[in-house]
Design a protein around this ligand. Structure first.
Ligand code: ATP
Ligand code: MG
Length: 551
């Protein structure tokens, strides 16, 4: 029987609420700000929000939190939609906080009319100074004494474009002595003469996050508004606006954001990596972005599995990137087609092979019977991996050496008889013999060898380019180190191999297929593959250090 998973704390809350009939159904939202590409942290939030709705028969809105005109772009909106879909989720409605600008403006006027908001002409420095400190209360200034009529007129003039950026703000009138600093007359609207990606030049005042988020939730009747722990202090303000405006009571719940070793996870930092050309773009396969991981060959299934495995925490923690790689490897093992690719070729001539060539066959995936078989040409001249041969091997070297025997995967046992060197003394070829009775599947030779090696037929070999990736950062937690995270960028995070040869079955490689290059790792075709050469990304190595460590 499948192991029953215990409920996370949000599921417990939802089940209790559903049991007491508090909601007919639940509605969650995923609210990205379109100011960058989504990363694996967002995937966590997506899996949580969409996952809860799915589990409890509810729905999830995709809402673009586009209240800051200067950093947002349509390119990001498109990429976010693509990423959410690719992860396997469907939103009920595609919405934009900017669609609520009229409503939010009306809400602000309601607060003014209730005497709960005022226009303040102070500079941002003055406002900061008057705020007080966590231990001393703040002070209200004379602008807080403005009448309702005066505030309404000034706010309308702000909207009409009469004032310059930064010359006035609208503040909620709450409590300058509140223990929670965010309740000390927070700014709710500011003037910003900037073009907005959707509303164009209609507005020159924009609501602050706190004035937009909760109300947007409420307008949509969101039942569970889930965000990360740093928003805990904002909850009081979230509730205050909803209460003062008398609108649908959405509630905010907080969980720990995902942090992962050897990774930076804020869009601001990822943008620096892109702009300063540390990586080739948002979808560089080294990036922790969803598009980067997709290009690298990670599957949506494995990312969902990872998010499920790490669960929902209420305390900040740092997740081992090895766990993500473990999930990727587990899934790829099930779906990948096995292929042979020699990275650094060493030529072998089979001196006793008299046929010109023959077709052998091998299973595409031993984990999946339905994957079928492929044909692999075998001939007199082959390539093996240079590192699989040693002229003077140490004791426990079981691969090829002078006089030694190994099996070529899916083919025959071979014996090395002679090492051919060039004038410079480098090994350029091995003269070998093969054992005709040792054919895989029909081996009557009675010879036992300790190694099975991958190979390709020289005549049929397809040159391919390989890109191998390593961690982007050299330290587990760059945020905990001194200095800038860029001081810890791994200079060797990309290794390009241009010498590799693949078996001809890879000529039919498709972008949506995944491959295991025997003994070498999981690979996928990169989107930059051109006419001349196929380019493959190594998604992840075969070695499974995380699972071993944790068993
Ligand atoms: P960043 O700090 O990377 O810029 P953000 O929080 O500003 O991220 P938003 O676009 O505002 O990015 O986030 C959309 C949603 O994704 C929010 O609900 C946010 O809480 C959630 N989210 C962002 N980063 C993480 C993370 N690392 N782990 C879990 N959820 C996250
Ligand atoms: Mg944000």
């Amino acid at each position: 029987m499948a192991e029953e998973k215990s409920l996370n704390f949000i599921e417990e809350i939802i089940e209790a609420e559903l049991a007491e009939g508090k909601h007919k159904s639940i509605l969650t939202r995923f609210p990205p700000e379109p100011n960058g590409y989504l990363h694996i942290g967002h995937a966590k939030s997506i899996c949580l929000n969409f996952g809860l709705a799915k589990k409890y028969g509810g729905k999830t809105n995709l809402r673009f939190d586009d209240t800051n005109p200067s950093t947002e772009e349509t390119e990001y909106v498109e990429s976010i939609k693509e990423d959410v879909k690719w992860l396997g989720f469907e939103w009920a409605n595609e919405l934009y906080a900017s669609d609520y600008f009229d409503k939010l403006y009306a809400f602000a006027k309601q607060l003014i009319e209730k005497g709960l908001a005022y226009v303040d002409d102070s500079t941002s420095e003055e406002i900061a100074e008057q705020k007080g400190t966590p231990t001393t209360p703040g002070k209200r200034n004379r602008f807080a004494e403005r009448t309702v009529a005066e505030n309404l007129q000034l706010f309308e003039e702000m909207k009409a474009g009469k004032y310059e950026d930064g010359s006035k703000v609208l503040r909620a009138k709450i409590d300058m002595a509140a223990a929670n600093m965010l309740m000390r007359d927070p700014i709710i609207y500011r003037i910003k003469h900037a073009h907005h990606h959707r509303t164009g030049d209609k507005w020159c005042i924009y609501p602050m996050y706190d004035f937009a988020h909760g109300q947007s939730d409420s307008i949509e009747n969101i039942t569970h508004s889930i965000c990360t722990l740093e928003f805990i202090p904002h909850r009081e303000l979230y509730d205050w606006f909803i209460q003062q405006l008398g609108i649908f009571p959405s509630h905010q719940y907080e969980f720990a954001r995902l942090n992962m070793t050897y990774t930076v996870m804020s869009k601001r930092k990822l943008l620096q990596l892109v702009n300063e050309k540390y990586v080739s773009g948002w979808d560089d396969p080294r990036m922790p972005t969803i598009s980067g991981m997709r290009r690298r060959g990670y599957t949506a299934e494995s990312i969902r599995e990872f998010c499920d495995k790490i669960g929902i925490a209420r305390r900040e923690n740092l997740i081992d990137i090895g766990l993500l790689e473990f999930c990727v490897r587990e899934h790829l093992n099930k779906i990948s087609l096995r292929r042979m690719v020699v990275f650094d070729p060493l030529k072998i001539t089979l001196t006793n092979y008299t046929a010109t060539e023959e077709m052998l066959s091998s299973e595409n995936n031993p984990e999946d019977e339905t994957a079928g078989i492929r044909e692999i040409p075998f001939s007199k001249e082959l390539y093996i991996e240079r590192e699989d041969f040693m002229e003077n091997p140490p004791k426990k070297f079981f691969r090829l050496c002078p006089g030694g025997m190994v099996r070529l995967k899916g083919a025959y046992i071979i014996k090395c008889n002679e090492v051919v060197k060039n004038a410079a003394g480098n090994i350029v070829e091995l003269k070998c013999t093969y054992i005709p009775e040792s054919k895989s599947g029909n081996d009557t030779s009675g010879i036992h060898v300790k190694s099975v090696m991958h190979w390709v037929s020289a005549k049929h070999a397809v040159p391919v380019e390989l890109r191998l990736y390593d961690r982007l950062l050299t330290v587990e937690n760059a945020d905990a180190e001194e200095g800038n995270f860029k001081d810890y960028i791994n200079p060797d995070s990309l290794q390009t191999i241009t010498t590799a040869y693949a078996e001809p079955a890879l000529l039919n490689a498709k972008f949506d297929e995944r491959y295991q290059f025997l003994r070498k790792g999981y690979f996928c075709l990169d989107k930059s593959t051109g006419e001349e050469k196929m380019i493959f990304n190594r998604t992840v190595t075969l070695k499974d250090t995380w699972a071993k460590m944790n068993k």
